[in-house]
Ligand binder design. Structure first.
Ligand code: PLP
Length: 410
């Protein structure tokens, strides 16, 4: 084992068979992106000029008018919301999160609410929830409908926030239609919607005004990076609330791709986005990862994940009291997964206990716990390295074999 920085710090590394969760330090960065960050770190640049170039590259890849590198998708939600509230008015920018006298309501379908909307709320807006996703009881069939969103739009509406998943209702195009009729921008949270790479353009093509993506998930850029792309005036407003503007007006020469100085009465002060600072290393790392992701053949990307999941399924075949399933349907998802269904009674262990013991063992192995209540331990390929499926197989065989053995004589 080569000596590395975590050894020197006395921090153990983990086997991440779950996915690029922030809790588990995100994805394993593309070596090319890591190298680009190392190079970037050895020079100084004008950070606005670098964001100006990022704007052009992101615009080109997403089909949006403009783009910006953020410190994550959540930061993109904050900046995008702020942009919708203030527009290009520097006085409003300076006053945030006090939104009195501004358009300060953001509409969200109740079923879209999630923990990340804290980023939207932190701008000082009031979140207006609409619709009832009446499918919980089993009796209902409907979710929030476009007319309900339309009915909630008032003079105070700054934006509509839409969280994109394959199963999201109502369809984005219908939300865009009612929003467009009222002149209200739509912000799409597409943080984890890559792959497919086609989603880089899809939400913009469907008419979203702003879209956010995570840089530290499937893109394999820096963990604390993200993309905000969309309408030029809104990206400009976001940049003005994020960039360091501690500069004299006469001296200030912002990149034209990002900011039109002639449109402004003056420059705002440090804005609400200042705590979401992005370094040159993150910008360069994100751009490198984004370009490589957009270029990579999706079939090849899928094949890499598929072969890891095949190795894992193979390694799990010997695990007692369980059935292993390789879930792989290229038509439904580019991402194959493995599910270990446990016979909890025979194994003498619950799926939750298996997850916990994997995590507490040596090496520490992290599985995806989202299906433990169905007796399923799930595994994903995104952060898994070659050789690790075999380690997971041996550990599980031992763990469940021991527990089952203990129980057997009863
Ligand atoms: C991951 C995620 C986020 C947050 O992304 P970061 O890049 O970690 O800030 C926001 N929304 C959704 C739906 C996500 O899955």
């Amino acid at each position: 084992m080569p000596d590395h920085v975590y050894d020197r710090l006395g921090v153990r590394t983990i086997i991440n068979a779950s996915g690029p969760a922030t809790r588990l330090s995100g994805s394993i960065m593309l070596p090319e992106a890591a190298l680009a960050m190392k190079e970037a770190s050895q020079y100084c640049v004008d950070i606005a000029e670098l964001q100006g170039r990022a704007c052009e590259i992101i615009a080109d890849i997403t089909g949006a008018e403009a783009g910006y590198v953020t410190s994550g998708a959540a930061a993109g939600l904050l900046l995008g919301t702020a942009a919708c509230v203030t527009g290009l008015d520097p006085d409003k920018m300076n006053r945030l999160p006090d939104t009195s006298g501004m358009k300060n309501e953001v509409i969200m379908a109740r079923s879209h609410r999630n923990f990340y909307d804290h980023a939207v709320r932190s701008v000082g807006i009031r979140l207006v929830e609409v619709g009832i996703s009446d499918r919980f009881s089993g009796a209902g069939v409907r979710d929030t409908e476009p007319w309900e969103i339309a009915a909630a739009i008032t003079e105070q509406t700054a934006a509509i926030c839409y969280v994109a998943y394959e199963h999201t209702e109502p369809p984005l195009t219908e939300v865009v239609r009612v929003a467009g009729e009222a002149g209200v921008p739509v912000i799409v949270d597409a943080a984890g919607q890559l792959p497919p790479a086609s989603n880089l353009r899809r939400f913009i093509a469907d008419g979203a005004d702003l879209v956010v993506f995570s840089g530290g998930k499937a893109l394999r850029g820096p963990q604390s990076s993200g993309i905000l792309c969309g309408r030029r005036d809104l990206i400009s407003a976001a940049a003005l609330q994020h960039l360091d503007l501690d500069i004299y007006w006469e001296q200030w020469n912002p990149p034209t791709a990002l900011i039109d100085k002639d449109e402004l009465p003056g420059a705002p002060h440090h804005g609400i986005g200042r705590p979401c600072k992005v370094g040159k290393e993150e910008i360069v790392g994100l751009l490198t990862a984004l370009q490589l992701f957009a270029q990579e053949d999706p079939a090849q990307r899928r094949q890499r994940w598929q072969s890891l999941m095949e190795s894992l399924a193979e390694a799990l075949r010997e695990v007692p009291h369980s059935e292993t399933e390789l879930v792989s349907d290229p038509k439904r998802s580019e991402m194959p997964t493995v599910r270990l269904r446990l016979d909890e009674a025979a194994a003498g262990l619950s799926a939750m206990e298996v997850v916990k013991q994997l995590q507490d063992g040596e090496p520490s192995i992290h599985a995806n716990p989202s299906h433990v209540r169905e007796g399923v331990v799930a595994f994903g390929p995104m952060c898994l390295k070659q050789g690790e499926p075999e380690i997971i197989g041996r550990r599980l065989t031992q763990l469940i074999g021991e527990a089952g053995g203990r129980k057997a004589p009863r």
